[in-house]
Design a binder for this molecule. Structure first.
Ligand code: GLU
Length: 509
């Protein structure tokens, strides 16, 4: 563990109840960027006190998702750190001790009311059109009444007392200067006495978060806007304990393209689902960074280093951000188009295995694959699309060509048929080209022999060797197909001559 001279300490505090959601990922990224920009410390703290919903599997998934994004943390449940443990379920004694202190300071009290009693009180308040605040029954118990209940082992929760303004040791009216949203104020009246520790001994979120942020010396709390309403309670706990409140920054909601809060309804919302679908982690980080933040130079495609260098909370927008999967795919495409093929290969190969086109990885295949990846990558928005884009290299079925409405009109035309015959003859005599020069020579001979040019020449040529009317440039495809037949492990790829001949046979020529 290196000691960090920067005072900036931020945390990402996931609740492990599933995969990391894109909203959580964006919060993590903003925290990480802020820490790295300031040379500070980025902490991961697992908030797993909701025992019904938290699982160890989910914690592992969330940490994996963060690793996939490339967000290294300096302190956390797996790497440890000076404020360990970093899992709330392992910090219960700390909440207990702080709860005890609040009890002694009379800022908190034991509440013996059962869930049923509380529910009845809430209902009554609703009928009487009063705010559903706790009615202070247990706040008013005398010391002997409390003692009696404790002696009888009556279960109790620990409840925070919100002081009245006139007798208060601290003000229960709260104003914060949110670094993103500006001034936000809450009045005392909006709050009733609230639970700090439940009768099962587990702390509520509002309590554990304050104890941990204080203990871990968090300087800036950067989190989702949905927690803004919790801040009133949290500030009161800080005040009661005489602790300094960290700087607060609430990042806006993420909406779907229909401007409703992003949910499963809009499609995939977990980072892992996008990873599976072929979004590169660099593109995901770049895209999520743009959700509510913009680079001062207006750049949309930028490296993480650039974002670290210029990231500041004052460029984070208070208005909700819209998550647009199409824009994510566009951005991902920008990364794919400039990536070198060898670095894409490791992502593409599993798809090719899945498609049944590759069986065993051999070094011979790598060079050919890199050429193939390079030839098709221009049209790719996400890695999974390599399958569709590369199909024409691995599969060639005359039957499919003839069943395709557009292609079926190209092939039987007399000039196309004639061209294919000339092509078959040329490939037999000269062999198929294996480089650009060879391809251009072939094209020239075809022009001469057929008298065709332009689309009339190139469309049937394309259909005859690729089985499709679109795709990467023929100058790249034809040599690739020919070379595949020399490569160990790619024997299933039909070379150009075999393709043309099988198509001619299929139309009975
Ligand atoms: N565990 C909370 C969540 O997942 C984090 C709250 C916070 O950052 O204060 O939403």
């Amino acid at each position: 563990m290196t000691t960090n001279p920067s005072p900036v300490r931020v945390r990402f505090a996931p609740s492990p109840t599933g995969h990391l959601h894109v909203g959580g990922a964006r919060t993590a990224i903003f925290n990480w960027l802020f820490a790295r920009h300031h040379g500070g410390t980025f902490i991961v703290r697992v908030e797993d006190t909701d025992q019904a919903r938290s699982t160890v599997e989910s914690e592992a998934m969330v940490l994996d998702d963060l690793r996939w994004l490339g967000l290294q943390w300096d302190e956390g449940p797996d790497v440890g750190g000076p404020h360990a443990p970093y899992r709330q379920s392992e910090r219960l004694s700390m909440y207990g001790a702080t709860g005890q202190r609040l009890l002694e300071l009379r800022h908190a009290y034991r509440c013996f009311c059962s869930e049923e009693m509380l529910e009845a009180k809430r209902k009554k308040a609703e009928v009487e059109k009063r705010p559903p605040h706790y009615d202070l029954t247990c706040w008013r118990l005398s010391p002997s009444e409390i003692e009696e209940r404790v002696a009888a082992h009556a279960p109790f929760a620990l409840r925070f007392h919100v002081p009245k303004n006139d007798d208060a040791p601290f003000s229960a009216d709260v104003t914060i200067h949110d670094l993103i949203r500006g001034e936000v104020t809450w009045k005392r009246e909006s709050l009733g006495d609230f639970i700090l520790v439940r009768s099962d001994g587990l702390p509520t979120y509002n309590f554990s978060v304050v104890v941990d942020d204080h203990d871990m010396q968090i300087t800036h709390v950067i989190r989702a806007e949905e927690h803004l309403t919790n801040t009133h309670r949290q500030v009161l706990i800080y005040r009661a304990l005489g602790w300094e409140v960290p700087e607060l920054a609430h990042v806006s909601l993420i909406l779907g393209t229909d401007r409703a809060k992003l949910s499963k309804r809009h499609g995939a919302t977990s980072v892992a689902a996008y990873a599976d679908d072929g979004i590169l982690s660099e593109a995901m980080v770049n895209y999520l960074t743009l959700l509510g933040w913009s680079s001062p130079d207006g750049a949309e495609v930028f490296s993480i280093e650039h974002a670290v260098a210029v990231f500041a909370l004052d460029r984070v927008n208070a208005a909700p951000a819209v998550f647009d999967p199409h824009k994510l795919e566009w951005l991902n495409g920008q990364y794919i188009h400039v990536a070198d093929p060898a670095s894409l290969r490791k992502y593409v190969v599993p798809y090719l295995y899945n498609a049944g086109w590759l069986r065993e990885e051999t070094p011979d295949v790598d060079a050919w694959l890199d050429e193939a990846i390079d030839a098709v990558k221009k049209g790719i928005g996400k890695l999974s699309q390599f399958v569709a884009a590369m199909r024409l290299l691995f599969e060639f079925e005359p039957r499919h060509v003839l069943e395709n409405e557009t292609l079926a009109t190209v092939v039987p035309e007399p000039s196309a048929k004639a061209l294919m015959q000339i092509l078959a003859k040329d490939l037999t005599e000269h062999g198929a080209p294996v480089d650009a020069a060879g391809y251009h020579a072939l094209a020239d001979r075809l022009k001469q022999a057929s008298g065709l040019k332009g689309k009339a020449l190139f469309m049937p040529l394309r259909v005859a060797v690729t089985g499709s009317d679109h795709g990467p440039e023929l100058v790249r495809v034809i040599p690739l197909l020919e070379k595949a037949s020399y490569v160990r492990g790619l024997a299933a790829v039909l070379p150009p001559l075999a393709r043309v001949e099988s198509l001619l046979a299929a139309i009975g020529v």
